[in-house]
Design a protein around this ligand. Sequence first.
Ligand code: ADP
Ligand code: ZN
Length: 721
Amino acid sequence: MTRARVLLLTAALGPLDYRVPQGSEAPLGSVVIAPLGPRRIGGVVWEDESFGAPDPVGDNRLRNLYEIVPVPPIAAPLRRLVEWTSDYYLSPPGSVLRMLLPGVAFADARRPIVEYRATGELPARMTPQRTVALGKIGARQGTVRELAKLADVSEAVIRGLVHVGALEAVSASADQPCPEPDPAFAPPDLSAEQTAAAAQLRAAVAAARFETLLLDGVTGSGKTEVYMEAIAAAVDAGRQALVLLPEIALTEPMLTRFAARFGCEPVAWHSGLRSTERRRAWHAIASGEARIVVGARSALFLPYARLGVIVVDEAHETSFKQEDGVHYHARDVAVMRGYFEGLPVILASATPALESLAQVEAGRYRHIQLPARFGGATLPDLAAIDMRQDPPDRGRWLAPPLVDALADRLEKGEQSLLFLNRRGFAPLTLCRTCGHRIQCPNCTAWMVEHRLVHRLACHHCGHVMPPPRLCPECEDEDSLVACGPGVERVADEVALRFPEARTAIVTSDTLWSPARAAEFVANVEQGLVDIIIGTQLVTKGYHFPNLTLVGVVDADLGLDGGDLRASERTFQQIAQVAGRAGRGVKPGEVLIQTRVPDAPVMAALVAGDRDGFYAAEAAARRAAGAPPYGRFAALVISSEDIEVARGVAQRLGAKAPVADGLAVYGPAPAPLAMLRGRHRFRLLLHAPRSFDLQGTIRAWVDSIDWPAKARLAIDVDPYSF
Ligand code: ADP
Ligand code: ZN
């Protein structure tokens, strides 16, 4: 009889033993379906020794595995990565495993999924709901469930539309072959500097050994062109390549760019895929047929058959940090994957994270620099506008020098970009009469006005409400006023000042799909947009040669709050958005609106002194024992019942571990004291780098009894403070 230990796809349980049915084989790494009580649950055959004590169930009482799923086994290096991730981020291994094996992994790749699309026929009986649904569906196709979600109606409504002939089934063949990228399709003529950098990357791929390479090049230096050479080398060697991007919105333009270089689009992986696409992608990745994969951070855990290189583009981006479920940092996990698999990892950035530069300094990462823009383009000039001396008109947000610069670009037919990292119209709605502020009922957060869609929305939980006419508190009429600017309000000001200018607002509200993102890029490239007004979504990736002016509407926005990375983030964000200016033959200008032009970060930006800024920042962090020289971990205890959450936090606080070098702060209300209807308390740990934070936290958390109504989230190396 063969016994197999199986790590199941559930957070609640460790591995369990099963019997391998006679005549079947289930070597290590096999993907299986197992019985769990009355349920069927997926899992992976794992080493006996990995997770603690053996399963005590005797041979004669073992249950049979239901099925060995016919997909390639999860290889040993990836199993080690699952263990490391679980250990380091203090997350159940079953939760980590789910990132490798989404539901589509278990679907038969040959069974067709039925998708539907509009026929153009209107049903005889049109209900308002059907009209709205068909309007929202438009020309898109998807399964019944996907269309229901898209149109925000029940599945019954969609099935009704199929029944009356307004939607028709289309056969979505699930196993279309992936096109083969051709490394020789359109290689660029690299400059001497680029050639040297590319040669190092190619050699690292050929060596097929673990190494981390920091590709550190100014904006527009050709980092993408250069790392594509490493990818070409991997494809030439019969390997797969993975490129991680920080935003879904960047995938579509990147796919197009890869198609121009390699003759066909890579395989995409992100949360916006339809289930057919997702299923096709997963199986092509696992079989090795998908040669180049471009994806969001979740692409990192997939079971590549023959991975040869990982590229993390815009590697400094904080969106690589996952803030729910398994709280992992994709940049760090990418490096660990490279370590376990024995392959090179390339971190590309114009403004590397301080953590990455510290690794270079320590001799652990190889530093590859591209100090100049490609093709003779120069870096833009940065200047600060002191908002105390040059304030905008009352109720306006653009200072006179910025307005003049915009007018100048309009006259010359050049494009401008206004950057403000705030979605919506106004971040706060206030009653002039009684001072009431409209707050989210579920979160400690103001409701943000989104005027384009006539809604107030909470940016934390997604709660929306129509804008009230009366103050909810004093019931005064016409007393509610919008406070502060969001991108929509800046767009209003632009429209008022320059009625002839063609503008585009770019936020996750307007660029919610890859198709919308592609449309935006095409419009700007064809010169159909004069002024772009956008959030951090426009700060990276884009290359618009005719864009010569960048205005940073509120450079101080990110400096408030207690975030230890506030200065670094501000530097990176402004340097990145500045990098959108002057990428063609015309030089670029960047105007930074700030009330603290003398702050070191502003001074460094204006002086172009990146090294000086990083050195000062590193010194300050070292003195404070902050990352990367020390470590933090946060424990957030939450419950719908505030007393339960407070009680657990206090009991935990009373048993706080005591050790040399370790400091424990709290419990205190978490920065978002209420989130999605749950009250949150936080304990923060601070320790030197070498301290065993994980072991300490594990023992500590086990030392108290947890009521069922309290939940614990552990964030190792937290990013939001
Ligand atoms: P980065 O990623 O460093 O910001 P990109 O790789 O996006 O830079 O390059 C900036 C622009 O210059 C892109 O339009 C790119 O196609 C172009 N470019 C860079 N290097 C070359 C090259 N060797 N030959 C042709 N075009 C290049
Ligand atoms: Zn909310």
